[in-house]
Design a protein around this ligand. Structure first.
Ligand SMILES: N[C@@H](CCC(=O)N[C@@H](CS)C(=O)NCC(=O)O)C(=O)O
Length: 238
């Protein structure tokens, strides 16, 4: 039995991490029974969530988790896709995970108000006397990663401009189809849902979120995937 380790519901989302959301939806798409548990990045083999445990095996990183479930359970999340479509799905995933994700990191961690009501709360579980130091060190470390990625070297306006390009591209690629590759969901829909839901959550203020909201097809896509995969979450939020 698979146990998926994530942060737990936060920031108006079933999980604050788009990578945990992606993995959860992919496991659901593969129709494999699983349980969920809370962890922190410190518990994770690669220092990041998600990771899974499956009959004594521990697998970290959403892409390797997908590979594991496809191999072990004989699931193909891209069933029916041509080689060309599979290649496009991979390219879309890379745009979302290695580009748009970092614009989301910027709006959550660099923007003072968003940080205060968002990631800053991660540190509230620590003893009071350690909290402030850990909060500052944690924020500094994430902003250093953003800088090392490259996006963090730009101004806020430049980061938003680049983020808008990925949002507009995703919207154009989705068009008026229900899912990115056609009438049925495939692996990359989980990633797209995860990233767009993370951007659209009303918990955080940003021009990039407003820009995403102006793309009706992305909002409907998020709503459809949420209703399909998190009906309980929607009922609680209502
Ligand atoms: N490549 C990883 C990325 C996972 C990731 O970046 N997780 C973030 C949360 S969204 C994390 O745990 N960060 C903790 C940290 O950097 O300390 C995957 O696909 O799983």
């Amino acid at each position: 039995m698979i146990t998926l380790y994530g942060f737990g519901p936060l920031f108006g989302l079933p999980d604050p991490s788009p990578f945990v959301l992606k993995t959860e939806v992919q496991v659901k798409l593969a129709d494999i029974p699983f349980g969920k548990a809370r962890a922190t990045p410190k518990d994770a083999p690669k220092g990041k969530l998600p990771y899974i445990e499956d009959d004594g095996e521990t697998i970290a990183d959403s892409t390797f988790i997908r590979e594991h479930i496809e191999k072990k359970y004989g699931a193909d999340l891209d069933l029916g896709l041509t080689r060309d479509m599979r290649a496009r799905a991979w390219a879309i995933e890379r745009m979302l995970e290695d580009h748009l994700y970092w614009a989301i990191v910027h709006l959550r961690w660099a923007e003072e108000r968003n940080f205060a009501k968002g990631p800053s709360r991660f540190f509230d579980i620590l003893p009071r006397e350690q909290r402030e130091t850990a909060r500052e060190a944690g924020r500094r470390r994430i902003l250093e990663s953003l800088r090392a990625h490259g996006l963090g070297r730009h101004s806020k306006e430049e980061i938003e401009e680049l983020g808008r390009r990925s949002v507009a591209s995703l919207s154009a690629l989705l068009g008026n189809k229900p899912y990115l590759m056609g009438p049925e969901p495939c692996g990359v829909d989980a990633t797209a849902f995860a990233m767009i839901a993370s951007l659209l959550t009303p918990w955080f203020e940003s021009d990039l979120r407003k820009y995403a909201e102006s793309h009706r097809n992305l909002v409907s896509f998020r709503d459809r995937m949420l209703a399909e995969h998190y009906p309980g979450f929607l009922r609680k939020a209502a």
